[in-house]
Ligand binder design. Structure first.
Ligand SMILES: [Zn+2]
Length: 394
């Protein structure tokens, strides 16, 4: 398959970087970057969009938008997850129609496999043997899983408070686990420090530009599976990388002239981990004061992609909303009992956010009336990864 990736471009200053070589942040814009603040000078993968359009018209294939040639993909299949209707769930919140994209059905039980697939493929292409990542748990267990399929070494920095099932997953797949006495933000810095002194690729989310690009594949799949651009996609948001990836999918489709509209994005955050929501509301960035939520995957004080994520929400005419842990736990049961989907707390937050958005009138109850006007809940992690957070049944 031809590869249409042409170069990286800085999302802030527009400086261009060659497609080969290992690039993280723009050297100009990241001068003032220090761990503990949102990333500066994040790079975006740019493609030959007219050529993609030609190839797409011959044979639509989401791999046309891949920054790494699929010949380097790990052998373990990633993505191609189901998109299906959830009529009982729709009825329970007064919507005529509701769809679920269940990305918990990826190999490691998480959406993060999409980014890991591309970063590991990048390591295969470049002949790099070691990949390091900071994670709240899912990105790490994902990297451990995908790296194992090609025999690459995964080095993980994760908070020791991460759910036990995720820590076990990391070790079962043979990765080197460094438990960090601190938060995810501390782990992020530890992984950056490690990669500065070792010959490796750093998969820290948002920092490696192919993490955003890998995560766009779910958006491309939604378009191919439904044949349309949905009206709303509801996304759990921590660092903002999945949201940005989904937005980039539809931007890439627009740049290629394959679509002419964007889905509106509803960003859902836990109320104590709401830096992106506050930034979107006020236009001013501040860290989340004290993230403490059962939704560990979206528990972030300093979102890596705060700037790009807020831009994506705004460009999509989307909205951002907060939900409480109690609302998340109720939504987890509703998803399991009305749709048959056992999602981890972060993913259950999507349903909690949608319910609230409909109640507040942010999304009209008539939305989702036709497949031209669909609402899609993005489920990003499997509930079995964190059973301790499920509401007690006593
Ligand atoms: Zn720059």
């Amino acid at each position: 398959m031809d590869n249409f990736f042409t170069h990286y471009r800085c999302t802030q200053c527009g400086k261009e970087f060659e497609p080969t070589g290992l690039h993280y942040l723009c050297d100009v814009c990241s001068r003032d970057y220090k761990p503990g603040m949102p990333l500066l000078g994040v790079l975006e993968a740019i493609f030959n969009y007219p050529a993609i359009r030609e190839a797409w018209l011959q044979q639509p294939d989401i791999r046309l938008f891949s920054a790494v040639n699929p010949q380097f993909y790990p052998p373990i299949p990633v993505g191609d997850t189901p998109l299906f209707m959830a009529p009982r769930l729709a009825e329970s919140i007064g919507l005529p129609q509701l769809w679920i994209k269940n990305d918990a059905l990826n190999p490691s039980g998480s959406y993060k496999d999409r980014a890991s697939q591309i970063v590991v493929a990048d390591a295969v292409q470049k002949g790099v043997e070691e990949i390091v990542a900071a994670s709240t748990g899912n990105a790490a267990s994902s990297l451990a899983c995908i790296a194992a399929s090609v025999g690459k070494k995964a080095v993980i920095f994760a908070p020791e408070s991460a759910p036990p099932a995720k820590l076990i997953q990391i070790q079962v797949h043979g990765a080197k686990l460094n438990k960090v006495k601190g938060t995810y933000d501390d782990a992020f810095k530890a992984a950056l420090d490690y990669s500065a002194t070792h010959e490796c690729i750093c998969r820290n989310t948002g920092y490696h530009p192919l993490t955003v690009d890998g995560k766009k594949s779910a958006g491309l799949e939604i378009f191919l599976q439904s044949g349309k651009v949905p009206d709303w996609i509801v996304i759990p948001v921590g660092d903002g990388v999945i949201l940005t990836g989904i937005h980039k999918a539809f931007m890439d489709l627009m740049h290629s002239g394959i679509t002419d509209k964007l889905p509106r994005l509803l960003a859902v955050q836990a109320d104590s981990s709401d830096a992106i929501t506050s930034y979107w509301e006020t236009g001013t960035y501040n860290d989340a004061a004290k993230p403490a939520t059962i939704a560990d995957s979206i528990s972030v004080k300093t979102p890596a992609l705060a700037h790009w994520a807020v831009q994506a929400i705004t460009e999509s005419s989307g909205k951002a909303i907060r939900v409480s842990d109690a609302e998340i736990q109720q939504a987890q049961l509703d998803l399991a009992q009305l749709a048959g989907v056992f999602a981890e707390p972060s993913s259950s937050a999507t349903l909690a956010g949608l319910k609230k958005a409909v109640k507040m009138g942010l999304i009209p109850a008539s939305a989702g009336m036709t497949s031209d006007n669909a609402i899609i809940l993005l489920i990003t992690g499997h509930g079995l990864k964190d059973t301790a957070s499920v509401r007690s049944f006593d």
